[in-house]
Design a protein around this ligand. Structure first.
Ligand SMILES: Cc1cc2nc3c(=O)[nH]c(=O)nc-3n(C[C@H](O)[C@H](O)[C@H](O)COP(=O)(O)OP(=O)(O)OC[C@H]3O[C@@H](n4cnc5c(N)ncnc54)[C@H](O)[C@@H]3O)c2cc1C
Length: 500
């Protein structure tokens, strides 16, 4: 069977350049890669917070961390602080990495639940070094020594989205990707197979290919308009459909975490970078006007706004068929889940990883597409449930959006997960779910959902010994946190100059 020789990417946003960089690194000179993008159309230009899976991508493309942090004005991220979500006046932290350590064969969270039922133990946050570091604006990288408490850490980055795409573009072009400027004019298809054979630009350039990657953003030009892949609408569960974004002057200290604060018709993000702070209000247009949303955002900044607010529109949902014939959609063209848990860039990577694993011959065996679509669909379904949990498990918010999300009908899969945790303290997750036990525990516990029991396996531990171990663990974390460096000092040491 003939191998793929020419690959064409439509779109040069974060998805287009991540795909171009990863595929050129992986495939080498055996496959020629063309990328078509339009300066006139532009990119979404937001997407500044990531999760730890970003390290997989950075390793794949051989990214030098210092060069990357310098080029994209990045800061480190230990997790997300959720303000007012569980109820007004409350805050909790969803950390990366792990809580505590397992006690022998008993998972940590079961030891903690047992400790709580045997007369009480410290709050969950006391068992997360990442949470303690974030609270003190400190940062450290994970240790590979399993005996060190630092091994429980995990981290990701905040970066400037446009600088990131530009940085990747430099890397991709250096490894042979050819960029073409212009808007898509014509899509040529093989009348017998329906495969796309070439894209012609409005400037008359013809880009022939064996495989086409649709990175055209929300426009979904190839997978949606041309191939007709249907959009599954999830806005009844995730009703936010707009955002307004604005950067402001940076705070005195760069915090190593994203903050998400509840507002009347949605929530506001705060993402600290070296040179500025990114802010945005994600809201539902059914419950607030654009003007009110802008006014709310501008009234809740750390300091002076540095640009005019930018409006963005979207709809929660995705296409169950993200690979059709010889077109694979990666990025916003495949679907979108709002940025509450910073998952979009992860989903781009996840699409790239699946495409590499299932890389086809020129016949694009439909079985590969089915597998890709099935795996991608599972990713989306799992993440969707996790996001809905945040909106649903709230108290004390009387604004109509929050009344709606608190009482809406939930997906069966989430009802089962939540009910099982309430009943038995068990976290029923599939083995390939992105958000693991620590993340579900952070949000369930953070949003006030209490487990009535723990696993019988935890009862194999002596109650007093278990509580003693928990006390010791919390003490180790409390002692370690103040000895670790300030976040700004870690960035300055890495990039070889002081943070502005
Ligand atoms: C409000 C908001 C906040 C977000 N925050 C985060 C976050 O914190 N973390 C995170 O991981 N993700 C976040 N995201 C998602 C993230 O921004 C996107 O996943 C990421 O930018 C990828 O976008 P894209 O490349 O798919 O699309 P785009 O950036 O829209 O790029 C589309 C590309 O296609 C080209 N194009 C389109 N049509 C044509 C045509 N006809 N001819 C030629 N070229 C064409 C455009 O020129 C452009 O180059 C956020 C998204 C939104 C909306």
């Amino acid at each position: 069977m003939a191998r793929i020789e020419r690959l064409v990417i439509l779109g040069g946003g974060t998805a287009g350049w991540m795909t171009a960089t990863a595929l050129s690194k992986t495939l080498g000179p055996t496959v020629a890669i063309d990328l078509l993008e339009s300066d006139a159309i532009g990119t979404v230009g937001v997407g500044e917070a990531t999760i730890p899976t970003i390290h997989w991508f950075n390793d794949l493309i051989g990214l030098d961390e210092a060069e990357f942090v310098r080029a994209t004005k990045a800061s480190f991220k230990l997790g997300i602080e959720f303000v007012d979500w569980a109820r007004p006046g409350h805050r909790y932290f969803h950390p990366f990495g792990r809580y505590g350590v397992d006690f022998g064969h008993v998972p940590f969270h079961q030891c903690w639940l047992k400790g709580a039922s045997d007369g009480g133990t410290a709050p969950l946050s006391a068992f997360s070094l990442a949470t303690q570091l974030a609270a003190a604006n400190r940062f450290a990288k994970p240790s590979s020594d399993p005996g060190s408490i630092l091994s429980t850490l995990g981290y990701a980055y905040h970066f400037d989205a446009s600088l990131y795409a530009a940085h990747l573009r430099g890397l991709a072009e250096a490894s042979g990707v050819v960029r073409h400027e212009g808007q898509l004019g014509l899509v040529e298809r093989d009348p017998a197979t329906g495969f796309v054979t070439a894209l012609t630009t409005d400037r008359g350039k013809r880009l022939a290919g064996d495989l086409f990657i649709d990175c055209s953003g929300f426009r979904s030009v190839l997978i949606g308009d041309e191939l007709g892949a249907k959009f599954e609408d999830w806005s009844h569960w995730l009703p936010c459909d707009r955002a307004v974004a604005v950067p402001c002057v940076r705070a005195a200290e760069t915090t190593p975490f994203t903050r998400s604060t509840v507002r009347s018709a949605g929530w506001q993000w705060r993402i600290p970078l070296q040179h500025r702070t990114g802010n945005g209000y994600v809201y539902s247009s059914s419950f607030i006007s654009d003007d009110e949303a802008v006014a709310t955002l501008l009234a809740n900044l750390d300091g002076e706004a540095l640009a005019e607010p930018r409006q963005l529109r979207f709809k929660a949902g995705f296409r169950r068929e993200t690979w059709v014939k010889n077109v694979v959609a990666i990025g916003l063209s495949s679907g979108f889940l709002e940025p509450l848990e910073s998952t979009s860039i992860h989903l781009i990577q996840s699409g790239i990883a699946k495409l590499i694993a299932l890389f086809p011959n020129s016949d694009c065996d439909p079985a590969l597409a089915r597998q890709f679509n099935d795996l991608f669909g599972r990713d989306m379904d799992d993440i969707k449930d996790f996001l809905i949990l945040h909106y649903h498990a709230t108290k004390g918010h009387t604004a109509p959006l929050w009344e709606y999300t608190r009482t809406m009908t939930l997906p069966d899969s989430l009802i089962e997960k939540e009910a099982q945790y309430r009943r038995s303290g068990r976290l029923m997750l599939s083995s390939d779910a992105l958000f693991r036990e620590a993340s579900w525990l952070a949000v369930l516990n953070g949003q006030g959902i209490v487990a009535a029991d723990h696993s019988p396996i935890a009862d194999t531990l002596d109650a007093a010994a278990n509580r003693h171990q928990l006390d010791q663990l919390a003490a180790i974390i409390a002692r370690a946190a103040p000895t670790l460096p300030k976040h700004d000092a870690v960035i300055a040491a890495l990039i070889g100059r002081a943070v502005a």
